[in-house]
Design a protein around this ligand. Structure first.
Ligand SMILES: Cc1cc2nc3c(=O)[nH]c(=O)nc-3n(C[C@H](O)[C@H](O)[C@H](O)COP(=O)(O)OP(=O)(O)OC[C@H]3O[C@@H](n4cnc5c(N)ncnc54)[C@H](O)[C@@H]3O)c2cc1C
Length: 299
């Protein structure tokens, strides 16, 4: 990261929200459910599946958590009614985990009952390490109640043990990603190569163990190595898919689809776009420069 980019990333909290919003617009379907459904429909028409996230996280008020659940109930109904090829992705801190695990469980139960009724797949996103164990425990509690999947992060040193345990407890649907939060060196690989090596070791573990895998990455090297592994394991198309974030490297996404793989796009929407957008911007320093350009344009 250049010094300039580092500076921009560090000073991001000072950047006016309107500018973050302009730069980040391509990562978000819009503020309304209709916006999200339009984007999903478009991907479906082009042969891709989706998973929709109602933006929101670290809710500190139970009433807010309940509002988040209400939004998910509407989302599940809309997906079912429009017969869209889409699941939903949910962050447990958005439905109450940062308040109490009990509240998160109660709220998630409501969401899961609705998803079960409508036969919509639910993916529990993985957040930062203070929540890892509880998120996995909640997944275990609900894994047989509806079509439910979990996310694991290749940068965490604990993940291989978690994956083995989850697979021992039954057929598991994973999304495998590198991990997006800043974690201490004591528990996380920091070196890019070490994270890539662990990613591929975990993918091999999942393929060998009979799991269902969402290969969630935009990393060319990982995509190429995953394709080799899919071939060498003779993996059936139904056992895996690639997953990418809305707005990130669409040409790469289309080329993966052209090579005959299933693709699912993560489609976030909602009013709480700020936290998600700043994470995306911090993650891709090259984009940070755009913030400054926008600043000048806005001026
Ligand atoms: C579908 C999906 C779901 C995810 N869910 C979670 C989750 O639940 N928990 C979690 O911790 N993390 C999640 N992530 C994020 C993930 O952990 C990584 O932080 C993120 O995908 C970047 O890693 P990468 O593997 O794409 O490789 P990188 O090496 O970071 O990226 C490869 C290339 O992709 C491009 N790129 C990457 N990010 C961006 C961006 N934001 N904007 C523009 N270009 C970009 C750049 O050109 C970069 O060189 C998810 C990612 C995806 C794709």
């Amino acid at each position: 990261m250049s010094l300039f980019d580092q500076l921009v990333v560090k000073t991001m909290p000072l950047v006016p929200r309107a500018i973050i919003r302009r730069v980040a617009a391509k990562y978000i379907a819009g503020e309304t459910l209709d916006d999200a459904m339009r984007v999903v429909q478009d991907f479906n028409t082009r042969g891709m599946h989706a998973t929709v996230d109602v933006l929101g996280e670290f809710v500190s008020d139970p009433a807010e958590a309940r509002l988040e659940i209400d939004a998910y109930l509407k989302l599940i109904d809309a997906i079912a009614e429009r017969k869209l090829k889409s699941g939903v992705s949910v962050k447990l801190t958005a439905v109450g985990l940062s308040i109490s695990p009990k509240l998160a469980r109660e709220n998630l139960k409501v969401l899961i009952d609705a998803a079960k009724k409508r036969d919509v797949f639910v993916r529990i996103d993985m957040e930062d390490s203070p929540y890892t164990s509880e998120t996995l425990a909640i997944f275990e509690d609900f894994r047989n109640e509806c079509r439910l999947g979990i996310v694991v992060q290749a940068y965490l040193k604990r993940t291989a043990d978690d994956v083995k345990r989850l697979m021992d407890h039954g057929q598991t649907n994973f999304r495998l990603c590198k991990g997006i939060y800043v974690e201490p060196e004591s528990i996380a690989y920091k070196d890019r190569r070490a994270v890539q090596d662990n990613y591929l070791a975990l993918l091999d573990l999942m393929f060998t163990g009979g799991a269902q895998v969402g290969i969630a990455t935009h990393d060319d090297y990982l995509i190429q190595e995953s394709e080799k592994m899919i071939k060498s394991h003779g993996m059936d198309h139904a056992r895996y898919e690639f997953q990418m974030l809305l707005g990130v490297l669409p040409e790469l996404r289309d080329s993966i689809v052209k090579r005959g793989h299933r693709m699912r796009v993560y489609v976030p929407f909602g009013k709480a776009w700020y936290g998600y957008s700043t994470r995306r911007l911090k993650e891709n320093p090259a984009l940070a420069g755009y913030v400054v350009k926008s600043l000048f344009k806005a001026g």
